[in-house]
Design a protein around this ligand. Structure first.
Ligand code: PFF
Length: 442
């Protein structure tokens, strides 16, 4: 069925809104990408920039996406068409669709890795006599990585084909609190390790010598990736908000919870990194080499590992559902495809590129589409998208619309209204332009 503007589904409850936006934001970006990016960026220096970007750029850009999404109740491209602005702004829609498909492709590979580790935990292969480095390399260079990518994308297809409200809302409501509790338990465990103070020091004490434009750009890319912004994902979800959703409060809650989970992931990983004498700058393999080692040392480790990788798999799924929704709403509303056809088209594209990404650690190492997609989407496309969205909402969008959306038609007070507008008009465009230019040439 083609979903028309006035027949669109809406989220039933406030918890549903927060749980689904947090469900989109919290995923491999927090648990897998944040620790290795922070490790590469020198720890504390990266963390400081990351938090600054979440506050100054992230929250305002989420608000901007929410405003456009709820105002137009349309997809990324349709939204800008509907606002009857110059065609130029439709480029935001195309950037969004392109980056969502790129992210879906490489993200599904890492989600496939979590399935592998889930299976390994069940069969008892996460034990102290395993060389976790060799285990990881052996697996990712082989064909099983491809198999799990395909399996993950098919599971994703099953969920997205069932529509937004039912599947999504129900799953997110149960899953998110559970994941949160389990991460806290692992943090407590890590804090008892001999390398705890060294790990915390690394993560929280900024070493000024580590600042470079490159670190600034990767902290920015990580902030945008982690919040699912700059590509119209939050815009698409906001098209399902009801009229009572408090935009600013939801944006702050999403950003706050997402950042908390990333910091907890850091607290879980870095004490262990230093305890085991590993390098924090290990790269994308970091989480998959550190965590199994932690689990292998815990009492009932196999059970913890199984539980953790299962939760991580679900968290990845709620993120891929949200990025798929960007292209699905585009295809159903602009391309007039049925929802099932749209889901199949989107999955087919991701299967093709995802397979190339899955083989990027083995047979297709020289092409390495995985790294290319990972870096270009987060560090180039999302910041460009975010910059255009903030300029659009700050300068082009009718101020009355902005006010009406942020204040729910003057029915609620928005404490930081002026600050949000100031960030969208000046801070975000200027900072994003400078960081993009300096980060890319530097
Ligand atoms: N924010 C997700 C994570 O941190 O895992 C990744 C993501 C989801 C990026 C949805 C982009 C997106 F549209």
């Amino acid at each position: 069925m083609v979903e028309k503007k006035h027949t669109r589904a809406q989220f039933a409850t406030r918890l549903g809104v927060i749980a689904t936006t947090v469900g989109s934001a919290v995923g491999l970006g927090n648990m897998w990408r944040f620790p290795y990016e922070a490790g590469n960026g020198g720890g504390g220096a990266f963390m400081l920039l990351y938090i600054l970007f979440i506050l100054l750029l992230g929250i305002p850009v989420i608000c901007a996406e929410f405003v456009i999404g709820r105002e137009t109740r349309s997809n990324v491209l349709g939204a800008f068409k509907q606002l009857k602005t110059s065609r130029f702004w439709q480029i935001i829609g195309y950037i969004g669709i392109l980056s969502s498909l790129m992210i879906l492709s490489f993200y599904s590979v890492v989600a496939g890795w979590t399935i592998e580790y889930f299976v390994q935990s069940i069969v008892g292969n996460i034990s102290s006599d395993v060389n976790f480095h060799e285990q990881f390399v052996g697996f990712t260079t082989g064909w099983r990585a491809l198999l799990w990518t395909v399996v993950f994308l098919l599971i994703n297809l099953l969920v997205i084909i069932r529509g937004v409200r039912k599947g999504l809302e129900r799953m997110s409501n149960i899953m998110m609190p559970l994941l949160f509790i389990i991460i806290i338990i692992f943090c407590i465990n890590s804090l008892t390790m001999p390398g705890a103070s060294q790990g915390l020091d690394f993560l929280f004490r900024p070493d000024l010598s580590k600042f470079s434009w490159n670190v600034v750009l990767s902290a920015l890319g990580q902030a945008f990736f982690s919040l699912s912004i700059g590509l119209g994902c939050m815009l698409t979800y906001a098209s399902y908000f009801n009229d009572k959703t408090n935009i600013v409060r939801s944006a702050a809650a999403t950003a706050g919870l997402d950042t908390l989970v990333a910091i907890l992931a850091g607290i879980m990983i870095f004490p262990a990194v230093f305890t085991f004498g590993m390098s924090p700058a290990e790269g994308p393999t970091l989480m998959f080499e550190v965590l199994p080692r932690i689990f292998s040392m815990m009492p009932a480790g196999a059970i913890w590992a199984t539980l953790f990788f299962f939760m991580l798999f679900l968290a990845s799924l709620s993120s891929t559902i949200s990025m798929s929704e960007i292209s699905i709403t585009f295809l159903t509303e602009q391309g007039r495809l049925s929802r099932s056809k749209a889901c199949i088209v989107c999955t087919a594209i991701a299967l093709f590129f995802g397979s190339l990404c899955a083989l990027s650690f083995g047979p297709l190492e020289r092409l390495n589409l995985f790294n290319l997609f990972n870096n270009i989407s987060s560090n180039v496309l999302l910041p460009i998208g975010g910059m255009l969205i903030s300029i659009f909402v700050g300068w082009i969008l009718d101020r009355g619309v902005l006010r009406r959306q942020l204040t729910n038609n003057e029915s609620i007070r928005v404490p930081m209204f002026k600050l949000i507008i100031f960030c969208l008009k000046f801070v975000a465009p200027v900072c994003l332009a400078i960081i993009l230019i300096m980060g890319l040439i530097g």
